[in-house]
Design a protein around this ligand. Structure first.
Ligand code: FES
Ligand code: FE2
Length: 401
């Protein structure tokens, strides 16, 4: 599966994290790496260990071009070339030792406020320009969390509509110390594979077949994300037992705030445990999801499951990955790898609230919206720990301060 996932670009950090630092240690697909931004503004992703005598490159320093090891000053560029070996060049310039040394390096690209990395074989595909990345008049924030379990059980949650009723609706009511009522039950589910994932659709009690949750649905986005219309959640493998959750969340500003151009996309890391007890935090929607994922164990034991009708999407997902493992073994591209620049220019996705997200609403109407309206007054609902300055930037953008 690691070999398969390496065929895709992965979001691994936010561009704005490099406003206040130039190097960040990252662990990705079981490899320890150093992500840096050099003084020319170029990003690089190289081995955490220097090929000289293995010093930690995340304590190096950036130069006009590349990252220099702090131990003996060897300098490397983002392609992995060794540009300088100060003492070797003094002592034995004719040896050209630096031409025989490389540091492991992977391509990175900044896009939509995220830094994307590609750890697979060349030629690399394109970083998809998902349609929401092109939307205007939005306040975007990027949110991270480290989840101590395998990425795949996190992704299975992206195609599991029924958990919404129990884990988010019914449980949230109980967490508030209320006994009810039970939220409307799921009556009907549908799962349809399309070019970039699986669409899931639902009908709950009181809903008609005209509801966008049935006519459009939501997206389990290939290979490792959930797309709800206004936000993406990627589950990026740190290693077999840890996952980096990366959210890119778009909030359409009210009509009165147009034209709105966001200068900087803020990024923050949310906690997952209660400091006092070490128990998982359950107050926010994604924190609740995290509890399901880690609760399944570091790698969920599928031999002990009992799958039912609610798991049809999970079964589709697994079968599709099994087929793609065969495709990759045969040297073919797996699902949803994009190589055509025409396709990648703007990749449309099913969006239930498209009109609202593109055209916007007056503030008074937005405030009445059942989900987006609450966010205006009650804070970021998906993950705990939004910093004050990000909340202020959101309120400024929305005009609610
Ligand atoms: S260990 Fe990096 S330059 Fe010596
Ligand atoms: Fe959820």
């Amino acid at each position: 599966m690691g070999d398969l996932l390496r065929r895709y670009w992965m979001p691994i950090a936010a561009v704005s994290e490099f406003d206040s630092q130039s190097i960040k240690p990252v662990r990705l697909m079981g490899e320890d790496l150093a992500l840096y931004k050099d003084l020319s503004g170029a990003f690089g992703l190289v081995d955490r260990r220097c090929p000289h005598r293995r010093a930690d490159m995340s304590y190096g320093f950036v130069e006009r071009c590349g990252l220099r090891c702090n131990y003996h000053g060897w300098l490397f560029d983002e392609s992995g070339r060794c540009l300088e070996q100060p003492y070797e060049e003094t002592a034995a310039p004719e040896a050209k030792f630096k031409d025989r040394v490389r540091i492991k390096a992977y391509p990175v690209q900044a896009h939509a406020g995220l830094i994307w990395a590609y750890l697979g074989p060349q030629p690399a595909p394109l970083v998809p320009n998902w349609e929401p990345f092109t939307w205007e008049n939005g306040f975007v924030q990027i949110v991270f969390a480290e989840i101590p379990c395998n990425w795949f059980q996190c992704q299975e949650n992206s195609v599991d509509p029924v958990h919404f009723e129990w884990m988010h609706m019914n449980w949230s009511v109980r967490l508030d110390d209320r006994l009810g009522p039970y939220s409307p039950r799921h009556l009907q589910l549908a799962f349809d594979e399309f070019d970039y994932g699986i669409v899931y659709r639902r009908i709950r009690e009181g809903m008609s077949e005209a509801d966008p949750m049935w006519t459009v649905g939501r997206v389990c986005l290939w290979p490792n994300a959930l797309f709800t219309g206004d936000h993406f959640e990627w589950r990026v493998p740190i290693d077999d037992e840890n996952t980096l959750s990366v959210t890119w969340a778009f909030s359409r500003v009210p009509k009165e705030r147009e034209p709105y151009v966001q200068g900087r996309i803020p990024a923050w890391h949310g906690p997952v445990r209660e400091p006092a007890t070490g128990r998982w935090i359950s107050s926010h929607i994604m924190n609740q999801d995290f509890i399901a994922w880690v609760g399944q164990g570091s790698n969920a034991d599928r031999t002990q499951e009992h799958l039912g009708a609610s798991d049809r999407g999970v079964i589709m997902l697994r079968k599709r990955f099994l087929r793609d493992l065969d495709a990759v073994a045969k040297g073919e591209d797996p699902k949803a790898v994009i190589r055509d620049p025409e396709v990648s220019r703007c990749v449309a996705l099913p969006v239930a609230e498209r009109k609202l997200l593109i055209e916007g609403l007056p503030l008074a109407e937005l405030a009445k919206h059942p989900i987006l309206g609450r966010q205006l007054t009650q804070g970021y609902p998906f993950q705990v720990g939004q910093p004050e300055d990000v909340r202020r930037a959101y309120e400024d953008a929305m005009g609610v301060r």
